[in-house]
Design a protein around this ligand. Structure first.
Ligand SMILES: Cc1cc2nc3c(=O)[nH]c(=O)nc-3n(C[C@H](O)[C@H](O)[C@H](O)COP(=O)(O)O)c2cc1C
Length: 437
């Protein structure tokens, strides 16, 4: 499915400007988005002369089918220094259109946007979403900001908690589809991060289950005490057990704080997930940056580019180095936090074992009371279920976390400054450090 321009102005211009899937092109702008340079493919596809492009605002190639909300999100993010991916439909000088997936990177004094031909199934969804966004902007009179909020809402509905999460998903799929079309293997680092996402989501769900389970047993000691008051004189063994259970379970519940991040605002696994999305974007983008740099260097050598093009290859190199460093730094924090999460899970397991001995005592005491203890049975059954669930959940967290550590190691850049990495002690469970190829 493709959106075709139907206004009379474009009746003969509803074709796309051809470019090959192996072609990459870029443009560089100042801080306001005024074009300063680019490569020969950018000029060719836009159908403008350099004289028209250099010094012009980038909206010179804006297509009227593009929702304003998309540019609002783009600018909001890049102004904060965040590299951002976006699908963009552009209008060439002769009125024809071309779609790109653009990776916009902040650089000193401006931005550089590297573009590839979109070909993944995500692109189809985006075309439909953009058409809807455009319709809303026109019919409901949405401002760019309102449209941006609506786009983010739609993305949440599609399972992407943030625009960054969507960008990461899109770039991973676009680069994989492009690699496939070019008969190349998928990038191993990006693939590892893709595999890591479901593991982290499982950890996140398990973590939430833990919180719910602990919340559910809060009332147990009181229930026990009420039952005890009917079964025994004040201060009897069941009351003492319930008292102990309350004290210990409070200690265990306090420990759940170790599973929170950002001053308790969100789950540690959620915070890790956000960083993995960020790393996934950078890792996939750096592969494209490496390729465009290679292409630019070759074009420079063969004299296909304009005089002064050396500067562009230097800037592309800086972006690539920046991405390599940032991906290592981000993944190092993920590795560190996963090790922390594993340690907290082990500590919690140990604490729950202590709590478990009180549960066993309670069972013994109920047995001693014989048929009189019937009222205790549901409470003890609830405790049994709780202990089994906690044990299984913690075990699952540990298994998934171990897998995450493995995948983070695989996603680490090969050439990286060792001082950026966390201490090897962090690799707790199996005593492994990072691997370097
Ligand atoms: C590095 C960079 C590349 C850009 N590339 C494009 C582009 O290819 N097409 C486009 O329409 N806008 C592009 N923009 C966004 C434009 O600056 C502008 O926000 C957009 O065309 C919408 O124009 P408007 O905000 O005046 O409606 C780019 C911006 C930057 C910083």
């Amino acid at each position: 499915m493709n959106i075709q321009t139907t206004s009379p102005e474009f009746t003969n211009k509803s074709e796309d400007v051809p470019f090959e899937i192996d072609e990459l092109f870029f443009s560089r702008t100042d801080e306001r988005g005024v074009i300063e340079s680019g490569n020969a493919v950018f000029r060719r596809v836009s159908c403008y002369d350099w004289d028209n492009l250099v010094g012009a605002p980038h909206k010179i190639i804006r297509h009227s089918d593009m929702p304003k909300g998309v540019f609002f999100i783009l600018w909001e993010r890049i102004k904060k220094g965040l590299p951002t991916g976006a699908y963009v439909k552009n209008r060439a000088q002769d009125g024809r259109y071309y779609w790109v997936y653009a990776i916009v990177s902040p650089i000193d004094g401006g931005y550089v946007s590297v573009r590839l031909k979109p070909s993944s199934p995500v692109f189809e969804t985006v075309i439909a979403e953009y058409a809807e966004a455009l319709r809303s902007e026109r019919e409901d009179g949405l401002t760019p900001e309102q449209s941006a909020a609506r786009i983010r809402d739609r993305l949440r509905g599609l399972g992407f908690p943030t625009y960054a999460a969507f960008s990461s998903y899109a770039i991973a799929h676009e680069t994989a589809a492009r690699d496939h079309a070019l008969g190349r293997g998928e990038d191993g680092r990006t693939q590892s991060l893709k595999l890591l996402l479901p593991e982290l989501k499982s950890i996140d769900e398990d973590q939430k289950k833990l919180f719910v389970a602990f919340e559910a047993i809060r009332g147990i000691p009181s229930n026990m005490r009420i039952v005890a008051s009917r079964l025994e004189p004040a201060g009897g063994p069941i009351s003492a057990i319930s008292q102990n259970y309350r004290l210990m379970s409070n200690e265990v519940t306090d420990h759940l704080g170790a599973f929170l991040a950002d001053g308790g605002k969100r789950n540690l696994s959620e915070s890790i997930l956000a960083r993995v999305y960020h790393a996934m974007f950078i890792v996939a983008a750096s592969r494209v940056q490496r390729e465009v740099r290679t292409v630019a260097q070759a074009a420079l050598v063969s004299g296909e580019e304009r005089p002064g093009f050396e500067l562009e290859t230097e800037i592309l190199t800086t972006v690539l180095e920046d991405y390599t460093r940032k991906s290592a730094e981000t993944l190092a924090t993920v590795y560190h936090d996963i090790a922390r999460l594993m340690q907290s899970s082990k500590d919690l397991k140990q604490l729950v074992t202590g709590l478990d001995s009180i549960r066993v005592l309670c069972r013994v005491e109920a047995g001693r009371l014989g048929s009189n203890s019937a009222a205790l049975t549901p409470v003890i059954d609830q405790l049994d279920r709780f202990h089994i669930e906690i044990d299984n959940t913690l075990e699952q967290i540990l298994e998934h976390a171990d897998e995450v550590k493995d995948l983070v190691e695989k996603a680490m850049p090969r050439t990286v400054n060792r001082t950026l990495l966390p201490k090897h002690g962090g690799s707790a469970s199996r005593g492994r450090g990072f691997r370097f190829a």
